[in-house]
Design a protein around this ligand. Structure first.
Ligand SMILES: [Zn+2]
Length: 351
């Protein structure tokens, strides 16, 4: 545990649900943990005791990526952990592959509706069928315009046209829209949708005041900072202020809320974590300003400043997105100037 994590509390200790099993975190709320084939090696999913039209069952929150291992783990959960009850709906916090992947299979398997924000639903549908955008040639061009020019990386990014669809091959053909502030009656409790921007198009966290729980999705994580990236389809995007404003709005929830994050362990200390994340980005902003005060810099040059560890290609593309996000926040706040060079690369210097 790092020093920052020690400022948080972990009421469940080191307990983790085994694959195919669940762990109760509150009455009628169960934690499911699925493996992921990335450096970030797991995702947390949630089961909420539900009732619809007098029918008893469960709501699933988030799905895991599409692969046999995840499907098998779900089948084990269905066989052993639902008390013989059916799944009544599938709720997805946002469109990223680890959350959305198996939504098509789960909704078909149980004949139930997908509940998700309209923006994330539509972007997921587009991404799962797109052969351009979301990776491929336009992503490679965009990365090159921010200084990632080594031919090997560029070739690999160009070749990666199927990234989203490989984990989300299909999206349900219908959905029910979640809007910020919507109160969902799930079983005996109301859960209120809390929109978040900057990480996904229209991320929905779910808050239950009665149970004092926040299903935070990827908006507030205990150990790692949420990925906030600029990508090729919105090249002038400024997602970091959106993200920081979104988590600031979560400060309205009680500090002792038990946060159920998509990665890591359930934790207490919401306001402390919000403070930590703000401080983290303030430090990154200071480092970027310092580097850009010495000479005009492009995003790729800042990777060694912002990320002190070695990055593989997958991590490099995420890190590039984050580097550009920090530059854009400072550029659009008027603290940096952006110029495009004769080489077609954007460089940023102190205003
Ligand atoms: Zn995500």
């Amino acid at each position: 545990m790092n020093a920052l994590e020690q400022q948080l509390s972990y009421p469940l200790g080191d307990a983790l649900p085994a694959s195919g099993r669940t762990l109760e975190v509150a009455p009628g709320v169960r934690w499911v943990r699925m493996a992921l084939p990335f450096a970030l090696d797991h995702i947390n999913l949630w089961l909420l005791r539900d009732e619809q039209g007098g029918r008893q069952g469960w709501a699933i929150v988030d799905c895991g990526i599409t692969n046999d291992a995840t499907r098998n783990a779900w089948e084990q959960v269905f066989a052993g952990e639902l008390g013989g009850l059916p799944v009544l709906r599938v709720i997805v916090t946002h469109m990223h592959p680890d959350h959305m992947g198996l939504a098509h299979w789960l909704t078909e398997r149980w004949g139930v509706r997908l509940w998700i924000s309209a923006t994330d639903y539509n972007v997921a549908r587009l991404a799962s069928t797109a052969t351009t955008g979301f990776g491929g040639a336009s992503a490679a061009l965009f990365m090159a315009s921010h200084g990632l020019t080594d031919p090997e990386s560029i070739e690999k990014i160009k070749a990666r046209t199927n990234y989203y669809a490989s984990m989300v091959p299909k999206v349900p053909s219908q959905f029910r829209r979640l809007l910020d502030g919507d109160a969902l009656r799930i079983g005996a409790h109301d859960w209120v949708c809390r929109v978040g921007y900057g990480h996904a198009p229209e991320h929905m966290a779910l808050h239950c005041a009665r149970l004092n729980l926040l299903i935070s999705g990827d908006m507030v994580l205990p150990r790692i900072s949420t990925n906030v990236s600029v990508i090729d389809i919105e090249p002038e995007a400024n997602p970091l202020p959106l993200y920081l404003d979104s988590i600031e709005r979560l400060r309205a929830l009680p500090h002792d809320t038990l946060v159920l994050p998509s990665h890591g362990r359930p934790f207490g200390g919401l306001h402390t974590r919000i403070d930590q994340l703000k401080a983290h980005h303030d430090e990154r902003f200071a480092e970027v300003m310092h580097a850009c005060a010495q000479a005009p810099r492009h995003a790729a040059e800042l990777l060694t400043v912002l990320f002190k560890r070695r990055l593989d290609l997958h991590q490099t593309t995420f890190a590039m997105g984050e580097s550009i996000a920090h530059l854009h926040a400072l550029w659009q706040a008027g603290r940096l100037l952006r110029r495009v060079g004769d080489d077609g690369i954007y460089r940023f210097s102190a205003a």
